[in-house]
Design a binder for this molecule. Structure first.
Ligand code: CTP
Length: 400
């Protein structure tokens, strides 16, 4: 997603500058070409040499350049950028841009560019809550500028509240969402399943699991953004429908089975991120079950394994499964790849902090037929979605 993208970072003067150094490193590691513009006060916090080393490009800083020179540079920097990220964004830069002031290199580039601009504000809580700053934020949002954060918590000045720089994975997610899509999935049809299923016990009760649907929705949104035609079959969630996705809602595993089988012959890729209930109550009571003096035993029947059935019916399709494990992750994963005839299994240990159902991040291992395992670092679910789609494309270009 980041490969070959031109990202310009505008660094303004706040203590969070050191986090911008880590962001520079992450963007570069993702393959982006990063150019850094530092304001005079940013250079008082961290030396431009830090950003030059991390980005591998010269840093644009007014400390070293005469005004005449940057008056020409601003047009070039504005034109080549796919995205401009101001991190940290002080009250001062927000005020300047909201007021139409362009009196240094960064504010001039912001004014001259036509690419999306993402502000990541970081400042003292009272500054952030100042009505002038709040008015400027409203003005900038109305004008179409984008924002990540600020987050809440303990600030460098000792105060508590909003004003912290957003977490880096939140900023990375925004960056990925704002970058132009490479359209590499155009022409492909992808079916994604997401969320839990609900297996009714009586009119008011059901069996379910902790799946939030976040991973499946991130996959569907990422695939649509990259040009695929996407059908998302989802159990009950509280999530927004991703842009450009055809939605089908289901409740039970049996309903999901029917929907998936109907679409399967027409799709190229299936990604089964849903946490399907393995069992359903044998009897569904028509009336609410009343409590009695005795214990309640609910007998369950097995639900069909949708993914295993897809593995049996597979023709030209690429099949990706998920596995939520709490022990023996790799052994279980290899077994699932074999038994379900998968091309790829995304296995996660849901007991790890930062992994699993309700988190915004995930830590997974990609498991391939032939027992090949690729462990991935902790990633936010959007970044992981793109990574999984990259792997699927690789598999398809290898003829799988
Ligand atoms: N799956 C499915 N239908 C089911 C159960 C699971 O399609 N009835 C799919 C899930 O969508 C997921 C994969 O199978 O992609 C693995 O699910 P998981 O629950 O981890 O594994 P199971 O095969 O159900 O095995 P177990 O619960 O014993 O770990």
């Amino acid at each position: 997603m980041l490969a070959g993208k031109n990202i310009t970072l505008g660094i303004t003067g706040g203590i969070a500058v050191y986090k911008a150094a880590q962001l520079t490193s992450n963007l570069k590691a993702g393959g982006a070409d990063v150019r850094v513009i530092m304001t005079r006060s940013a250079s008082a916090f961290v030396s431009p040499l830090t950003f030059q080393t991390l980005s591998g490009n010269r840093v644009y800083s007014e400390l070293f350049e005469p005004v005449m020179e940057w008056k020409v540079q601003h047009i070039e920097l504005a034109a080549i950028s796919d995205l401009l990220v101001v991190v940290p964004a002080t009250a001062n830069i927000l005020g300047k841009v909201a007021g139409g002031i362009a009196d240094d290199l960064l504010s001039t580039v912001i004014m001259a560019t036509t690419c999306p601009v993402l502000f990541c504000p970081a400042m003292n809580v009272h500054m952030y809550q100042n009505p002038v700053v709040q008015r400027n934020l409203t003005v900038l949002k109305d004008l179409g500028y984008h924002f990540a954060g600020p987050g809440k918590g303990r600030l460098a000045c000792g105060a508590e509240g909003p004003g912290r720089l957003a977490e880096l994975d939140v900023i990375m997610e925004k960056i990925q969402a704002l970058l132009p899509s490479k359209g590499d999935l155009r022409g492909l049809s992808i079916l994604v399943t997401a969320g839990p299923t609900r297996e009714p016990i009586d009119p008011v009760r059901y069996l379910t699991n902790r799946s939030s649907g976040k991973m499946g929705y991130a996959l569907a949104g990422a695939a649509a953004k990259r040009g695929a035609s996407v059908i998302l079959i989802s159990g009950p969630t509280n999530l927004q429908v991703p842009h450009g996705v055809e939605m089908r809602y289901v409740e039970t595993a049996a309903e999901m089975f029917n929907e998936v089988m109907e679409y399967f012959p027409r799709v190229d890729i299936v990604i089964k991120a849903a946490a399907v209930a393995d069992y359903k109550p044998r009897e569904v009571s028509g009336q609410k079950i009343k409590k009695t003096g005795a214990n309640l035993v609910i007998e369950c029947d097995k639900n069909p394994d949708i993914l295993a059935e897809l593995g049996r019916r597979k023709a030209h399709q690429t099949l990706v499964g998920f596995a939520a494990e709490t022990s023996n992750l790799e052994d279980n994963a290899h077994q699932k790849v074999r038994n379900k005839n998968l091309d790829l299994l995304v296995a996660n240990d849901v007991t790890l902090p930062g992994a699993g159902f309700e988190a915004d991040t995930n830590i997974v291992k990609l498991v391939y037929p032939g027992q090949y395992v690729l462990p991935l670092p902790i990633m936010d679910k959007t970044a992981l979605a793109h990574r999984i789609l990259d792997e699927v494309l690789k598999l398809r270009s290898n003829g799988q």
